[in-house]
Design a protein around this ligand. Structure first.
Ligand code: MIC
Ligand code: SF4
Length: 655
C-alpha cells in the first residue's frame, strides 16, 4: 500500500479501527508533553486515575507559561509539577529553560514518533517528522497512563513546495501564505503534509515554524518528512541515534494538493485580528508601529534570533517603538551570549525578557490602547495581548526587525535601500551547546513511592462532571457569534494564575462579554444552575478555535453548562466538551441560530436516550414556540463518555 508520511506513522501506531478518512481510530502515543498552564490539571487528573507511573516511552512536563508570578499561585504550581513529575516518571523542564515546543524539538522529539501534548502548538515537532497532536489535559493524562488516543482518521492535504525562499522572505511567510489559502476554518479532520523539492531547502527550525502555526489552520497536525536536514539538526543536538529517514511512498496520494513556489513568495503579515487576515507587508507601509515583540514557540530558533541581531547590529531601535524579545529556548540565548549577538541586541535597545511564552499569552507587554504591535507570534485574536482593542500584526523576524528600526511596517526587502543593511546569511550550526541541567530526571521506581508531592492550598482538585439527566431543561446563557476562540471563553493573561483552581477561574468564563454594571456570565450561570436548569451556549462558525485549554470546557461545566449548539466546532475544543460531559451539537439548519436569544428556555425531551443512540434530535424553544433540529455525529465511545458523566468517570470504569 502506498502511504504518505502521515499514514505511515498512523499505520505503525494503530491500535483500533480502520485507516479510512473519517472513521474513528485509536493510536499508541510514544511521547507526551504538558506545560504548566494545562499541566497542573493534567497531572491532578492523572493522579485521580490512581496510576503510580507513566507508561509512555517519554513524558515531559514543562514550565513556560505562568512565569509572571504575581502572588503565590504560579510558584505553588511549579513546585507541585516538579514534585509530581519526579514521582510518576516524568522529566521536568524547569522555568527558564524555554518554551515546551522549542525545547522538545531540540532535546526530545524524534522522527516517526507519535506525540500528544496539552497545548495546541504541539504540532511544532512535525518539523522533525513526529506526528504530534494537541489535545486537552485529560486526553494527555490518559495517554500518560498508556491509554490510546482516539481521533478521526484524517484526510491529508499535500502541500507541495517548489523552489527556494528568496532573501528576506522567511518560513513564517510560507505558513502565512498557507493560511491565506486554507484559512482558519474548514480544515477540521485534516493533516497538512509538506512534500516536493522545496522541502529539502528548509531546515528543521524553519519547518517547525510552519508546523507550529499550522495549528491556526485548525488541522489535526502538520508534518514534514525526515531527511538529510533532519539528520543534520539531530546531529547538531548530539542526538543522531534517533534519526530515521521518513518519506512518502513515490506513488502516495493526497486528498487535496496545494502548490507553493517558495521563490515567488514575499513578506506577509496576518493583520488584526485573525491569523488568516493575510496582507502583503509592502501594502501596509503606512502603518506606524509602536511596539515589536519577537520570540514565542513560532520564531525563536538560532537563525531567527541571529537574523534579528544581525539586522539590528550597530543600529538603534526607532524612538517611537518598544522592542521586546522573549526567547523560546535557553540554548539559543546561550549561543547568542557566546557569539556576541546578545550584546548587539542590547546595544540596539532591545528589552530582553526571560525564556518563556510571556507576551504571546498576555503575560505582560500589553500594547497601549489602539496602538500597533508587530509580533512574530502565531495568534492575534482580539484582546489576547491583554489590551481590549489591540492591533496585532503577525510577521516574520525579518519583518519585525525592519519595523523596529523604521517605526513602520516595512518590507524587509527594502532594508538595503532604506538603511543600507545587506541580507545577513545565517548558516545553521553543526553543533549546539548542550546543557540539560534545568531538566530534572524522574526518580527510579524504588525511590519514587516515598517521594513527597508539594500540594499548596491554591491547587484545588478539579470538579468532576455529572451524568446527563433524562430530559434537558435549559436556558440559553449566551448567544455568541462566529470564530469564538478559547481565549474568549476562558481568558489567559493575568487570569492564568487561577488555572489550578477551577471554582476561582470559572468566575471569568466569557469575561470579555461581561458589560460593566451587569451580572457576569458566571453569576448568571450559577443562578440558572441553582434554579435547576442546564446552561446552553449557542454559537456560530468555528466555535472553540485556538488553544487546547480544557478549562474552556471544565469551567463552563462547573457553572452548569450541559449543551453547546454551534454552526461548526473545532476539533480539540469539541473533544474537551465531550471529556467534561458537555454535549457538542451542531445546527442542521444554521439559520436557526438567528431565531433565538439569550435567556430563551429550551427543552430536549429524552436527552439521555438521544445521547445513547441518535445522531439527530429536536430542541423545543419553549419561549418562542418553535422547534429546531440538531446534529450529534458522535462515535460510540463519545456517547459512552457523555453517558458516564465525562472521560474521567469513563476511564475509571475501564481501568
Ligand atoms: C496558547 O497559545 O493559547 C496556549 C496558552 O499555549 C494554549 C494552552 C493554554 O491555554 O494553556 C494552547 O495553545 O493550547
Ligand atoms: Fe506559549 Fe504562545 Fe506558544 Fe502558546 S503559542 S505555547 S502561549 S509561545
Amino acid at each position: 500500500m502506498a502511504d504518505n508520511v502521515t499514514y505511515k506513522i498512523l499505520r505503525s501506531h494503530l491500535l483500533e479501527g480502520q485507516l479510512k478518512p473519517g472513521s474513528e481510530i485509536a493510536i499508541r502515543i510514544d511521547q507526551t508533553i504538558t506545560q504548566d498552564a494545562t499541566g497542573t490539571t493534567a497531572m491532578l487528573l492523572f493522579e485521580s486515575m490512581g496510576l503510580e507511573r507513566v507508561r509512555t516511552e517519554l513524558s515531559v512536563s514543562y514550565v513556560d507559561h505562568n512565569m509572571a508570578m504575581f502572588g503565590p499561585e504560579n510558584h505553588n504550581d511549579h513546585l507541585y509539577l516538579q514534585s509530581i513529575a519526579r514521582k510518576v516518571g516524568v522529566y521536568h523542564s524547569r522555568p527558564g529553560n524555554g518554551i515546551c515546543h522549542q525545547v522538545h524539538l531540540e532535546r526530545f522529539a524524534r522522527p516517526g514518533a507519535t506525540q500528544l501534548g496539552s497545548d495546541s502548538h504541539t504540532p511544532t515537532t512535525g518539523g522533525i517528522g513526529s506526528l504530534s497532536i494537541g489535545a486537552g489535559g485529560l486526553d494527555v493524562a490518559v495517554a500518560m497512563g498508556g491509554g490510546p488516543f482516539y481521533l478521526t482518521a484524517p484526510k491529508v492535504i499535500g502541500i507541495k513546495l517548489l523552489g527556494n525562499l528568496p532573501d528576506w522572505v522567511a518560513a513564517k511567510d510560507v505558513i502565512l501564505q498557507v493560511l491565506s489559502i486554507l484559512t482558519t476554518s474548514g480544515n477540521v479532520g485534516s493533516v497538512a503534509e509538506y512534500f516536493g523539492p522545496g522541502v529539502s531547502t528548509l531546515t528543521v527550525p524553519q519547518r517547525a515554524t510552519i508546523t507550529n502555526m499550522g495549528a491556526e489552520l485548525g488541522v489535526t497536525t502538520s508534518l514534514f518528512p525526515s531527511d538529510e536536514q533532519t539528520a543534520a539538526f539531530l546531529a547538531s543536538q548530539g542526538r543522531s541515534e534517533v534519526f530515521t529517514p521518513l518519506a512518502a511512498d513515490p506513488d502516495a496520494s493526497y486528498d487535496r494538493v496545494i502548490e507553493i513556489d517558495l521563490s515567488r513568495l514575499e513578506s506577509l503579515a496576518a493583520a488584526p485580528s485573525s491569523p488568516d487576515n493575510i496582507r502583503k507587508v509592502a501594502e501596509l507601509k503606512d502603518v506606524a508601529v509602536q511596539q515589536v515583540q519577537i520570540g514565542s514557540c513560532t520564531n525563536s530558533s538560532y537563525r531567527d534570533l541571529m537574523m534579528v541581531a544581525s539586522i539590528l547590529k550597530g543600529k538603534t531601535v526607532h524612538p517611537g517603538v518598544e522592542l521586546g524579545i522573549s526567547p523560546g529556548s535557553r540554548q539559543v540565548v546561550q549561543i547568542l551570549s557566546e557569539n556576541g549577538a546578545l550584546s548587539d541586541l542590547i546595544a540596539a535597545g532591545v528589552r530582553l525578557l526571560e525564556c518563556g511564552c510571556g507576551p504571546c499569552i498576555g503575560q505582560g507587554q500589553s500594547p497601549g490602547e489602539g496602538k500597533v504591535s508587530v509580533r512574530t507570534f502565531n495568534r492575534n485574536f482580539k484582546g489576547r495581548s491583554g489590551t481590549k482593542d489591540d492591533q496585532i500584526y503577525l510577521v516574520s523576524p525579518e519583518t519585525a526587525a525592519a519595523a523596529a528600526l523604521t517605526g513602520h511596517l516595512s518590507d524587509p526587502r527594502r532594508l538595503p535601500e532604506l538603511l543600507g543593511i545587506s541580507y545577513p546569511r545565517i548558516s545553521e550550526l553543526q553543533s549546539m551547546p548542550i546543557n540539560d541541567n534545568l531538566i530534572d530526571k524522574p526518580l527510579p521506581p524504588d525511590q519514587a513511592a516515598a517521594a513527597p508531592v508539594i500540594r499548596s492550598s491554591s491547587i484545588v482538585t478539579p470538579p468532576s462532571a455529572e451524568k446527563p439527566s433524562q430530559k434537558l431543561d435549559g436556558t440559553i446563557l449566551l448567544r455568541c457569534g462566529d470564530k469564538i476562540t478559547t481565549d474568549h471563553i476562558m481568558p489567559a493573561g493575568s487570569f492564568l494564575k487561577y488555572r489550578s483552581n477551577v471554582p476561582e477561574y470559572a468566575r471569568y468564563v466569557f469575561h470579555c462579554f461581561t458589560e460593566s454594571g451587569k451580572p457576569s456570565f458566571a453569576e448568571r450561570a450559577l443562578a440558572n444552575q441553582k434554579a435547576g436548569r442546564a446552561g446552553v451556549i449557542i454559537a456560530g462558525e468555528s466555535y472553540g478555535q485556538g488553544s487546547s485549554r480544557e478549562h474552556a470546557a471544565l469551567c463552563p461545566m462547573y457553572l452548569g453548562v450541559r449543551l453547546v449548539i454551534a454552526k461548526t466546532m473545532e476539533r480539540i475544543h469539541r473533544a474537551n466538551l465531550v471529556n467534561f460531559a458537555i454535549t457538542p451539537a451542531t445546527f442542521v439548519n444554521p439559520s436557526d441560530y438567528d431565531r433565538m436569544e439569550e435567556n430563551d428556555h429550551l427543552e430536549v425531551p429524552n436527552f439521555h436516550k438521544i445521547l445513547a443512540e441518535s445522531d439527530r434530535f429536536t430542541v423545543i424553544n419553549v419561549t418562542r414556540h418553535f422547534k429546531f433540529e440538531c446534529e450529534l455525529p458522535l462515535s460510540r465511545r463519545d456517547r459512552e463518555i457523555l453517558l458516564a458523566g465525562g472521560k474521567l468517570n469513563y476511564t475509571k470504569m475501564c481501568i
